[in-house]
Write a protein that binds this ligand. Structure first.
Ligand code: ADP
Length: 407
């Protein structure tokens, strides 16, 4: 038995999963949130039995608690109590390592890295690039090291998979000295998901990942596209921050920077207003007042004009990226949809790839509409490009990378 604990920590919450690596099954998962508030919350879900692990049909039991959780250290104590009271026993399933999701690894981290004091300092220093994310990850790492002092802790970075981007893809055409001094370049995000999904796509086809050119469309609340050549990321749509690229739930994605100057000068918005506007008040939410794609689809179906336009803009941008990455790769073997929208919305999948028969991309309408849990093909048998839907599993990827690091 070899278990790995995966921790995804933010500034006021963390999620965890205990994964048994011989079968790659989740033994327990949980969420500790509202850390530092008057009243905190935790939930702990235990997978009981293993009726059909292959189809991940497992019975689960969830327990919830409300109590003050002043800091991450207290949060890990709550998590340990949940394991003690509801199982599984951490004596029987002691993690051999703890894997931590860290959003920004800058240009410094291109692979999973065993956490040392120097690595903690580096993650702290990179908070300048990811002020909303890295500080929380570091708090989680520090507290987890206290709770699990005798095992290695591994940091797995969202940016790491994209460290293979060539300079022409990661360089912004701005003043080179300024860019160098302030580390302004494209880093890309969702790397753990793009890595997992591109490998899973190769596995699904029974072909070595080295033989394939792939486009991965990770469409969740945040969204990004990645061109993967021979298993390496060569282009991706998010940039220095997760704001660039696709239309997202609340983020604008690509926009002419001149719009910001205009809104500053004419509408009097300051830099914080603009940050909030583009990160939290734009995308589907800005266009329709609804940030969840399901709600936008429902409204569009009942004739709401702004919602119909929002879907058009969303799909237009997505299709543009597919075309662009097709051109960058020159030849595409696989296009894969993943994450909340990608896995669930036949409408978006169908519209994003409609009319691309000349590029060898042909969707089978019936396969696209079918709902199954595992990876599946939605292109026709004679489509030159294979189109897949693959559920992402970032926690499992973090656990795999963690284990690969500690042997
Ligand atoms: P996150 O980026 O927060 O991890 P997810 O990958 O869970 O997000 O994706 C969440 C999004 O998936 C939701 O905002 C919702 O719009 C979308 N989604 C989930 N199910 C469907 C569905 N059946 N149809 C359309 N969109 C869906």
């Amino acid at each position: 038995m070899t278990a790995v604990l995966v921790v995804n920590s933010g500034s006021s919450s963390f999620k965890y999963q205990l994964i048994e690596m011989s079968t790659e099954t989740t033994l327990a998962s949980g969420l500790v949130e509202r850390i530092g508030e008057l009243m905190g919350q935790s939930s702990h879900t235990v997978a009981s039995g293993s009726t059909d692990t292959a189809a991940s049909v497992r019975e689960t039991a969830t327990t919830e608690r409300e109590l003050p959780i002043p800091d991450h250290t207290a949060g890990f104590a709550v998590m340990l109590e949940a394991f003690r009271d509801h199982g599984p026993s951490l004596d029987d399933h002691a993690p051999v390592a703890v894997g931590h999701r860290v959003v920004h690894g800058g240009a410094r981290f291109h692979e999973p890295t065993v956490v040392t004091e120097a690595v903690e300092r580096d993650i702290d220093e990179l908070a300048g690039l990811a002020p909303l994310h890295n500080p929380g990850a570091l708090q989680g790492i520090t507290a987890a090291i206290e709770a699990f002092a005798s095992v290695p802790h591994v940091a797995v970075f969202d940016t790491a998979f994209h460290q293979t981007l060539p300079p022409e893809a990661f360089t912004y055409a701005i003043n080179a000295d300024l860019a160098e001094r302030f580390r302004v370049r494209r880093y890309g995000f969702h790397g753990t998901s793009h890595s997992f999904v591109s490998r899973a796509g190769a596995d699904f086809l029974g072909r070595p990942v080295e033989d394939l050119n792939q486009i991965v469309l990770h469409l969740g609340n945040g969204g990004s596209v990645c061109a993967v050549r021979a298993g390496r990321s060569v282009e991706t749509s998010m940039g220095m921050t997760p704001l660039e690229g696709l239309v997202m739930g609340t983020r604008s994605g690509d926009i002419d920077p001149g719009v910001l100057f205009h809104l500053h000068r004419k509408a009097g918005l300051d830099i914080d207003d603009l940050d909030a506007l583009l990160n939290r008040g734009s995308g589907l939410l800005g266009l329709t007042g609804r940030g969840d794609l399901r709600d936008v689809v429902t409204a569009a179906d009942s004739g709401d004009g702004p919602s119909q336009l929002a879907l058009d803009v969303y799909v237009h941008r997505l299709k543009g990226y597919v075309g662009s990455y097709y051109a960058q790769l020159g030849h595409v073997d696989v296009i894969t949809f993943t994450a909340g929208v990608g896995e669930n919305s036949a409408l978006i999948r169908g519209r994003a790839l409609a009319g691309l028969e000349a590029l060898g991309i042909i969707i089978d309408a019936e396969r696209n509409e079918a709902r199954t849990r595992g990876p599946r093909r939605i292109s026709t048998d004679d489509s030159a490009v294979t189109v897949l839907v693959i559920p992402t599993n970032e926690e499992l990827e973090i656990a795999r990378q963690t284990l690969s690091k500690v042997g």
